[in-house]
Design a protein around this ligand. Structure first.
Ligand code: GCW
Length: 654
């Protein structure tokens, strides 16, 4: 119909053609109001039963704090009234009403909502050449062969997807900023292209950030140094930033990955991260800009022989003591776990511990370690666990509250995630991976939503099937994280994947390498000892109660056991099983579950549109191959190491 790409949860076949009336009170002539007017007929044409042709929608912009993005929906007769104190709130209300009507949930009206997190962001890891650092859905929507793709209609559709689930910020280029992307800062032509993109996003209430390289003063400015305390460096940034704002007055700011994985940073010059981040913060402050500074910093030249240097410790070791030292327009961006987006990790100990610092929690929607958008892995249950995690620092200690409560400027706190879209027709490659983008937005707007509700919404909005068919897809989504964990990551051990691309099994792939992610399996046991008593001391980075829980074998949760402890294969878990039996069982189970997914999916043939059916079927076959390969390698590996057979006598290759 009106779109060329599959707009998943927004697309609705138009069967009827009635157009409802609407009225906007206190309308202003802004881009966001124009967006509301443009969206109205697209969204609401034909979604109400024909007997309600008189239905109308009234938008009222109320007096009040304009930054508030919440909205309310009321109903009088056949008239829906959407109210907010901001135009952005009205836009969210428009999408909210649309969702309520499509879900058949009019009973929820009067409805009121406001976002739980202020900054709700997507980070793109898109390179100027069109590739994505960790992308599984085709090339970049922004860039193509070292040029701006320039497809503004596509970007508008993307902005619409993001706004529809309440997202309000985006960074468009990879945090590993290469030479050509660094030139964006100083090339007027490039900045004009970025402005076009930023304008489209702004019309949906979305702010645009760029990632920049800390060494830009050297690579682009031809200076001999990027030392944050050098006068020359500061004035170079001042000029550059002034140039950016001249062209993009509402530019949001920069995302910076410094001193990480080969990138230069303040450490290169003997400075600390406060000095680096605050220098940038100071320069961008007059323009109202923000610096988002990533905490993903660790020594990536480690030695497996050294059992005490621990990558998991790094972010806390570097940033904890800097709490309270950052300017109020600087935000620290903290990955959800201490290592790197594994399917099971404890939460980063920085949450709850940083008490006077703007902070953003970073998730990964793109399935780098969670199946490359070939394997199904609905990540909302995992994100929810993290948001709900109680850091143990007393009241307000759940991560979802701590992020905001411990930030000095609440507007500069929130959640971000590495995005999962590309040029693939359905945006995400795997059709079911759309549920992750949808679910991410919905969950960080409303942290109280359950995974079941979110999965239910996405399935219904995307497929419109019978209740029992929808239930089949919901079940698949809701069990998929556990299934993926079952065949890839026993008891929190992590990183037994193929180095470089991070898909498929390679148990020792990282074991003797420099990346600091070791499982230390030997003939009697497995796991990384991170205890204070005998290991790396990482457990001590948590609050006292969490420290006690993780430090002691008797209280450490099973699913994180091998993350925190090195234990014998015969160690008995809380579940009553031995570690080795748990490994065998979960690996057999994981494969059985994927086999079942295939059967369930086959039963949907004919109910689903052919394209979605085939798209998922094709990937499920790949997922099964992958799961079988993990099962056989892991089971054989641990059987060979331990010499302990499976109690159930199932086939383990020797
Ligand atoms: O997960 C790791 C990835 C890198 C990525 C890095 C990061 C952008 O393997 O590809 O680099 O994290 O978060 O910076």
């Amino acid at each position: 119909m009106f779109e060329t790409r599959d707009l998943c949860w927004l697309i609705k076949q138009v069967q009827k053609d009635e157009i409802h009336t609407w009225f906007i009170q206190n309308r202003k002539d802004t881009e966001v109001f124009q967006t509301i007017e443009r969206e109205l007929p697209l969204l609401f044409r034909g979604i109400l039963p024909s007997e309600r042709q008189d239905a109308s929608i009234v938008f009222s912009l109320e007096e009040g704090v304009p930054e508030q993005e919440g909205y309310s929906i009321d109903k009088r007769g056949d008239c829906y009234e959407i109210k907010s104190t901001s135009e952005q709130g009205l836009l969210y209300g428009l999408f909210g009403l649309h969702r309520i009507l499509l879900m058949g949930e009019e009973g929820k009206i009067p409805f009121q909502t406001a976002p739980d997190q202020c900054l709700r962001m997507i980070n793109h890891w898109d390179n100027f050449d069109g590739t994505l650092e960790r992308g599984y859905a085709g090339e970049s929507v922004f860039f193509d062969k070292n040029a701006f793709r320039g497809d503004m209609e596509l970007i508008r559709q993307y902005a619409r997807l993001l706004a529809a689930v309440g997202l309000n910020a985006v960074s468009i280029n990879n945090v590993n900023v290469r030479r050509l992307e660094t030139l964006f800062l100083v090339k007027e032509e490039a900045l004009r292209e970025i402005k076009k993109i930023a304008d489209v996003f702004a019309s949906y209430g979305i702010k645009t950030f760029l990632s920049v390289n800390f060494a830009a003063p050297i690579t682009t400015g031809n200076l001999p140094t990027a030392d944050p305390l050098s006068r020359e460096v500061v004035s170079w940034w001042e000029q550059v930033i002034a140039g950016v704002y001249r062209i993009i007055p509402d530019f949001a700011g920069f995302v910076i990955k410094a001193d990480s994985e080969g990138e230069p940073g303040p450490f290169t010059y003997g400075r600390n991260h406060e000095e680096g981040a605050n220098m940038m913060g100071r320069v961008i402050k007059p323009y109202g800009g923000t610096i988002i500074w990533r905490c993903f910093i660790y020594n990536c030249a480690q030695d497996w022989r050294d059992r005490y240097t621990d990558r998991a410790r790094a972010a806390y070791d570097i940033f904890k003591d800097l709490d309270g030292c950052f300017l109020d327009n600087v935000i620290l961006q903290i990955k959800n776990g201490p290592v790197d987006f594994q399917i099971r990790e404890p939460s980063s100990p920085l949450f709850g511990a940083l008490k006077k610092t703007n902070q953003v929690l970073e998730f990964q929607i793109t399935q780098e370690y969670t199946g490359h958008q070939k394997d199904i892995c609905f990540l909302v249950p995992m994100w929810k666990e993290i948001l709900d995690f109680d850091t143990g620092y007393g009241e307000g200690g759940r991560i979802r509250n701590a992020i905001r409560g411990n930030s000095v400027d609440r507007k500069r706190s929130g959640v971000t995630a590495v995005g999962n879209v590309g040029m693939d027709r359905n945006w995400t490659g795997h059709k079911l991976a759309q549920a992750n983008l949808y679910g991410y937005g919905r969950l960080i707007w409303d942290n109280g939503l359950s995974s079941e509700e979110i999965a239910g919404e996405w399935v219904h909005l995307s497929f419109y099937l019978t209740e029992s068919d929808e239930e089949k897809i919901r079940r698949i989504l809701l069990t998929s994280r556990q299934v993926y964990e079952d065949y890839t990551c026993p008891l929190g051990v992590g990183f037994m994947c193929r180095p470089a691309d991070h898909y498929g099994c390679d148990i020792d792939g990282y074991e003797y390498d420099r990346w600091g992610t070791y499982h230390y399996a030997d003939r009697s046991g497995v796991g990384r000892d991170r205890t204070e008593k005998t290991g790396t001391g990482y457990t001590r980075q948590y609050s006292d109660c969490r420290f006690q829980e993780y430090e002691n074998l008797t209280t450490c949760p099973d699913d994180l056991l091998l993350f925190f402890h090195h234990v014998p294969y015969t160690h008995i878990l809380h579940s009553g099983k031995t570690v080795i039996q748990h490994i065998y069982d979960t690996h057999f189970q994981g494969v059985e579950q994927v086999e079942e997914y295939l059967q369930v999916w086959k039963s949907l043939k004919g109910s689903l549109d052919e394209e979605s059916y085939c798209n998922v079927m094709d990937r499920l076959e790949k997922q099964l191959e992958n799961a079988v390969s993990w099962r056989d390698q892991i089971n054989t590996y641990f059987y060979r190491k331990s010499g302990i057979p499976d109690e159930m006598g199932r086939k383990i290759y020797d």
